[in-house]
Design a protein around this ligand. Structure first.
Ligand SMILES: Cc1ncc(COP(=O)(O)O)c(C=O)c1O
Length: 406
């Protein structure tokens, strides 16, 4: 890497940095080796746990194929995702329908494609599953509060522990297989306590199911495992206690196996943990401008060529580290609000929260690297809001245009 000003301290890996430096224009670059390495590391931490990638976090064929070849499956949320996972080489037996929200037609289509395991959280959904996916395995999502997560995911999904028992009993009565329980402790979960609380609830449900003669065969501990490279809205490095989180999960699995008293498999559905830190955007400076705010204060704004609508959808909730190649990290800097290129005021880092130190000499066209933005970047991109096209994607370990060979 040439002289570069970075606000993070932690840079991209060598092959990602080389690809960003060589990129002839704006693009999002993924490091497939890094993603595979993160999967391997996760398996070392949670041995024997089946990994089903939450494909919404990065639905690129190359990523899915790389994970499929390493034995990972998919958490799919629609028939479209099921089809893509199968096309990428994931066998139907390793793909479950993890979305509790689905129409009759969605269910029938996924069943036709070979999916036999479905998430649920309501009696209405169970009735529809019995009709359109007869005999399928169902797992009931138990609601969590979402405390400790950047995105709590607390209201739309899941039912209270007592209702989970009723839902699985209804599934059994309707000829379905009451196969499991699931939780999602909230995305970018920053505490081990969240998994501890979820395990306590799951334990209660397992005991209650046992009293009703229902024995599930697996527990799905969901997503929520954090990315490591983000900064919070104020610009402070987010430092998730990953070792502790894994220790709590391992302990929790032991507890649940003890409570269950029989064979119990575990599944996780990581999304951002696998891909966020192994994707980065090569963008460019649209303009570094200085304007007077309503209160009379002078304020710098750094407008980038990418933003909320083409790669940085989550930019209002966190900050991605930025690198400014060719600018001296020790040269003059100014505090700036970072924003995207569109004519929309949501397209910005949260400027009430924290300004970013950027080189004072930035000029229109200068390259900028946006790090740790590999999760929910391609999937949340608009079709071309305000005429700003979705970013093309490339792979660090592969010449652009090359065919996948791993
Ligand atoms: C059911 C389910 N599983 C897994 C995930 C992935 O979450 P994360 O990216 O926090 O790992 C999500 C994300 O919304 C989800 O809805």
């Amino acid at each position: 890497m040439s002289a570069a000003s970075t606000v993070s301290g932690a840079g991209p890996g060598a092959s990602l940095a080389a690809a960003l430096a060589a990129a002839p224009g704006d693009r999002i670059v993924y490091d497939l080796a890094g993603i595979k390495g993160r999967l391997d590391a996760l398996r070392r931490e949670l041995p024997g746990v089946e990994v089903r990638f939450a494909m919404k976090a990065c639905p690129l064929d190359e990523v899915l194929t790389a994970l499929a070849r390493r034995g990972a499956g998919a958490d799919a949320a629609s028939p479209g995702e099921v089809e893509q996972a199968l096309r990428a080489g994931m066998p139907a037996g390793r793909v479950h329908y993890g979305n509790t929200v689905k129409s009759d037609r969605n269910i029938a289509e996924a069943y036709r494609l070979g999916v036999r395991t479905f998430a649920t959280d309501s009696l209405q959904d169970v009735t529809a599953l019995a009709r359109h996916a007869p005999g399928a395995r169902v797992f009931c999502r138990v609601a969590t509060g979402g405390a400790g997560a950047v995105w709590g995911l607390s209201n739309k999904f899941g039912c209270p522990p007592g209702d989970a028992v009723r839902v699985l009993a209804a599934a059994r009565d309707a000829g379905l297989v009451p196969a499991g329980l699931s939780v999602h402790v909230g995305s970018q979960q920053m505490t081990g306590e969240a998994w501890h609380g979820a395990v306590e609830d799951l334990g209660d449900v397992l005991r209650a199911l046992g009293r009703r003669g229902i024995r599930v065969d697996h527990v799905n501990l969901g997503g929520g495992l954090p990315a490591l490279g983000y900064h919070d809205r104020r610009g402070a490095r987010l430092d998730p206690p990953l070792d502790k989180i894994f220790a709590v999960i391992r302990e929790g699995m032991d507890d649940l196996r003890r409570i269950h008293g029989g064979p119990l498999d575990f599944v996780v559905e990581p999304g951002r943990h696998l891909v966020a830190d192994h994707g980065a955007i090569r963008a460019h400076v649209t303009r570094l401008a200085e304007r007077r705010a309503a209160n009379g204060e002078r304020q710098h704004w750094l407008y980038l060529s990418c933003g909320k609508f083409n790669g940085l959808y989550e930019m209002d909730a966190l900050q991605y580290p930025l690198v400014f190649p060719g600018h001296d990290p020790d040269g003059p800097h100014v505090p700036a609000v970072v924003a995207g290129p569109t004519c929309d005021s949501d397209d910005a880092y949260s400027h009430e929260a924290g300004l970013v130190r950027v080189p004072a000499a930035l000029a229109s066209g200068d390259p900028v690297w946006v790090l740790s933005c590999g999760a929910y970047a391609t999937s949340y991109t608009t079709l071309g809001f305000n005429g700003f096209a979705p970013l093309p994607h490339a792979f660090a370990d592969r010449p652009e245009g090359a065919v996948a060979d791993d």
